[in-house]
Design a protein around this ligand. Structure first.
Ligand code: FES
Length: 106
C-alpha cells in the first residue's frame, strides 16, 4: 500500500492507503476524503476530482495529458499545480504524495 495525504480546504490532513495500480481519486473515494466527487468515475470527463499537487511531487506525478488539460478548463481555481486525481496512477514512488483538495469542485 502507498500512503497518500489529502489536505482538505480547512487544512486538515487525511492520510489514506492506496493500492498500487489504482488512482489517487479511487483512494480518495474509498476513504471518503471530503471534497473529491469524481462524478464521471475516473473517465477524465467531469473535473470533479481536481487537486493541487504539492510542488515537491510535481516531477513524480508528471504533467497532465492534453485531454486532462482540456478537462481542467472546467475545474474551479485552476493553478499550475492542478491535476485531475483520476489521472494520477498510484505507484510505490508516490509513497507520501501530498495533494490539496480545493474548496469546491467545478
Ligand atoms: Fe471525473 Fe476525474 S473523476 S475527471
Amino acid at each position: 500500500m502507498v500512503k497518500i495525504n489529502f489536505i482538505d480546504h480547512k487544512g486538515e490532513t487525511h492520510t489514506v492507503d492506496a493500492e498500487p495500480g489504482s488512482t489517487v481519486m479511487e483512494a480518495a473515494i474509498r476513504n471518503a476524503v471530503p471534497g473529491i466527487l469524481a462524478e464521471c468515475g475516473g473517465a477524465c470527463a467531469c473535473a470533479t476530482c481536481h487537486v493541487w499537487v504539492a510542488d515537491e511531487w510535481k516531477e513524480k506525478t508528471g504533467d497532465p495529458s492534453p485531454m486532462e488539460e482540456d478537462m481542467l478548463d472546467f475545474a474551479f481555481d485552476v493553478r499550475p499545480a492542478s491535476r485531475l486525481s483520476c489521472q494520477i496512477k498510484v505507484s510505490p514512488e508516490l509513497e507520501g504524495l501530498t495533494v490539496t483538495v480545493p474548496e469546491r469542485q467545478a
